[in-house]
Design a protein around this ligand. Structure first.
Ligand code: IVH
Length: 725
């Protein structure tokens, strides 16, 4: 090798070279950590490399790359989803079901796996052979995606959509750590690679995220699939980056690369390229082996870290797949075998009534414990009175219980009734009173659930306090579900307004843990909460109305109520709401004449009017008004403008104007929205011919295009500020 010249030791590599080095090194560590689970460096060392790359990229924007590992924290929000056409359609798979006893009788089947056997027979017939080699793997309960790599670089990612076109979700997919942004391989990298797979939230990470959200006072997700789907619909990838999404590949779309003759070759390719793939995959040939493999997956699936309710069976050989071909909606060479949820008979010993956090009374079956799908079941929800009636449920009966996937156990039906027993009645059992507070219960019109109507019911205290403190209500930073729960448990708060009586010291001493393992809330957190409570005192009327958690009164209704009324007292004795509640048939004309001047939006109608009126005329409502008076809290509407047409134009320069915001503004978009609304504007999310102005910050693509097309006036932030100052 030639002697190095004098300078090569002292001068650092040119930035472009170092940037390239760092990117490939960071992606390699990413692969080692997320795909191979064999990390070579510590988190701190990774962070150091990451920061070096970030610095260089900031100094040299000319070398920016959307596939740089720095983009995993999320780039700019997008304005809306573009549609992308899949290179090869994303088909679904035909389901074949495990049959229940009834199902078997109906189909004249001699075994639960009949539909699976039929599928295998079709393969035999199609290929004219007995033993056809297949693979069997778990069916992932996630959201299907298609990833397109061109020359080893992630080009884009799309949802399934209608199978032909889907949403472009590249901005979100880039934040998923287990998805490589650039492929790395010692052998040939395919020029084109369209990978199909599922994005999902691992069960444990999902549970941890939900617990954290609850603590922060944010709404929780119903299940991992919903959480995944909701996250992928985010326009802002910075939010997605904070959610624990994962990816596993299971299929191939368009492809231009080294020959793949079987599913094994495909798996090998994924492994060489560092793309995570689904496990376990069992090889099987011949009907007996297929049935055994499916039974094995059924056993193993309970230990996987994602939800699954079936096994996917695919023909191994790609040439054989081609021979079998497709129906109009699915390949003939694959099937998804859906497991029957395991069911057991047991005795219904008792029914207890739980009062939920929103006051709903839920009947719960107390059962003689039975083992179902690997865990003991001793309780199951009975949902509501309708369900109980439909199934004729009564104490002492023998019932059939099932547990499907991670879903909570359910009572399917009564198998042996107690002779002469009467169907259980919730109302009779609790004597018309809430089991938690003895307050009255009611069944709202159109709802089947019985609900406790007492605002002070202790079973509802935690929810009411969490809601009161949540970001969109009074934004009491630091007061989430856990703190609310501890405050109620230690009897420091019964209703949200009790928060204002708490001293900083009491709060600091609050034990969030248990007696055995105490955990103090602490001075710093206490000070934060007290400061936020101080700020809440002067929050506008709409935020207070929303915070009160009056049924039917959400964010938009609160805003509209605050436009129509200046103070809480005005809402409590509102003429407008009284008119809205009136039966239209009696004197529709008069009612309409009265209401016309107020130009009331659809957000406040008779149901809202009814609910608000009931609330303020109840003991609870009167108590709230009196307590607020005592506390010296008098929320005022900042968007008060009851009769837009007659309004004082000098104070409301944007009255009657519909405005849409786009691009990056100097202030937070929510803040700008509030400012404009306080000046009488209606701020809408999308441009239409009714839009008066589009306020455009930096960036802003599709809304600007639409505004231009419709001839909507486009102004900048400075101009709109000039209009209101
Ligand atoms: S193979 C031609 N394997 O389930 C389609 N799909 O209900 C071949 N899915 O569209 C797909 N886990 O989105 C395959 N291990 C797995 C899967 C799987 C989940 C999804 C996939 C498919 C849908 C059909």
């Amino acid at each position: 090798m030639a002697e190095p010249d004098l300078f090569s030791y002292s001068s650092p590599p040119p930035p472009e070279t170092r940037i390239r080095e760092l990117r490939s090194e960071l992606e390699r560590h990413n692969r080692l950590y997320y795909t191979q689970a064999t990390p070579e460096i510590s988190d701190a060392e990774y962070d150091k490399l990451f920061r070096e790359l970030e610095d260089l990229e900031t100094k040299h924007p000319e070398f920016a790359d959307p596939n740089s590992p720095t983009q995993r924290v999320g780039g700019q929000p997008i304005e809306g989803f573009q549609q992308l056409r899949h290179l090869v359609p994303m088909l679904s798979i035909d389901d074949v079901f495990e049959l229940s006893e009834e199902g078997m009788k109906e189909a004249g089947a001699d075994r639960p796996e009949k539909e699976l056997v039929d599928f295998y027979q079709r393969l035999r017939k199609g290929l004219g052979r007995e033993d056809i080699a297949v693979t069997v793997e778990p069916k992932i309960d996630g959201v299907a995606v298609s990833l397109v790599y061109r020359n080893g670089e992630l080009a884009y990612a799309a949802t399934r959509g209608d199978g032909t076109t889907g949403d472009d979700i590249t901005h979100n997919v880039r934040t998923i750590r287990s998805i490589p942004l650039s492929l790395h391989s010692k052998s040939e990298i395919p020029a084109l690679l369209e990978i199909r797979g599922e994005i999902f939230m691992p069960n444990e990470a999902f549970a941890a995220m939900n617990a954290e959200r609850d603590e922060a006072g944010l709404p929780t997700f119903a299940n991992p699939r919903n959480a995944t789907a909701g996250t992928l619909k985010q326009l802002d990838p910075k939010i997605t980056a904070q959610r624990p999404l994962a990816f596993l590949a299971h299929g191939l779309g368009a492809y231009d690369g080294p020959e793949l003759s079987s599913e094994h070759d495909f798996h090998e390719l994924l492994e060489t390229l560092g793309i995570p793939r689904n496990h376990p995959v069992i090889d099987a040939s011949g009907l007996d082996e297929v049935l055994a493999a499916v039974a094995e997956i059924d056993k193993l699936r309970h230990d996987l870290d994602y939800g699954t309710d079936g096994a996917v069976i695919k023909v191994l050989d790609r040439a054989e797949r081609e021979k079998l071909g497709f129906t109009s909606r699915a390949p003939r060479w694959a099937a998804a075998y859906k497991f029957l949820p395991e069911q057991k008979e047991t005795k219904l010993e008792n029914i207890t009534i739980q009062v939920g956090r929103t006051g709903v009374l839920t009947p719960v079956a107390e059962l003689t414990p039975v083992l179902i799908s690997g865990s003991t079941v001793s309780r199951a929800t009975l949902h509501n009175q309708d369900e109980i009636d439909r199934k004729g449920i009564h104490i002492g009966a023998t019932v059939l219980v099932e547990k499907a996937g991670e879903i909570i156990p359910a009572v399917v039906k009564v198998t042996h009734a107690v002779e002469g027993a009467k169907t259980y009645s919730i109302f009779e059992e609790v004597d018309g009173c809430c089991p938690s507070c003895r307050g009255p219960i009611a069944q709202e019109e159109g709802f089947v659930a019985w609900r406790c109507t007492n605002f002070q019911c202790p079973a509802q205290a935690v929810t009411r306090i969490s809601h009161f403190a949540s970001r969109k209500a009074l934004d009491i930073d630091g007061l989430g579900g856990t703190v609310a729960e501890a405050l109620v448990r230690h009897e420091l708060c019964h209703t949200p307004l009790d928060l204002f009586d708490l001293g900083e010291e009491t709060l600091a001493d609050l034990n969030l843990g248990s007696d055995e393992a105490p955990r103090r809330f602490g001075e710093k957190n206490a000070a934060k909460v007290v400061a936020a409570l101080g700020r809440a005192r002067s929050k506008p009327l709409d935020r207070w109305l929303f915070a009160m958690g009056i049924r039917q009164v959400g964010e938009s209704a609160s805003k509209e109520l605050a436009r129509l009324h200046e103070t809480l007292a005005d809402v409590a004795k509102s003429q407008i709401l009284a008119e809205l509640r009136k039966d239209t048939r009696a004197d529709a004309k008069k009612k309409n004449e009265f209401l016309a001047a107020y130009q009331i939006s659809g957000d406040v109608g008779p149901a809202v009017a009814e609910s608000v009126t009931m609330f303020f005329s109840s003991d609870a409502g009167r108590h709230v008004l009196a307590r607020l008076d005592e506390l010296g809290i008098h929320p005022k509407a900042e968007n008060f403008l009851p009769k837009p047409a007659e309004a004082d134009i000098t104070d409301m320069p944007l009255a009657g104007k519909t405005i849409v915001l786009t691009g990056t503004l100097g202030v937070d978009r929510d803040e700008m929205k509030r400012l404009l609304e306080s000046k009488g504007a209606k701020v809408s999310g999308s441009v239409s011919k009714n839009t008066d102005y589009l306020v455009a910050g930096e960036g802003g693509g599709s809304k600007r295009d639409k505004a231009e097309k419709l001839g909507v006036t486009i102004i900048d932030e400075e101009t709109v500020r000039g209009m209101i100052s």
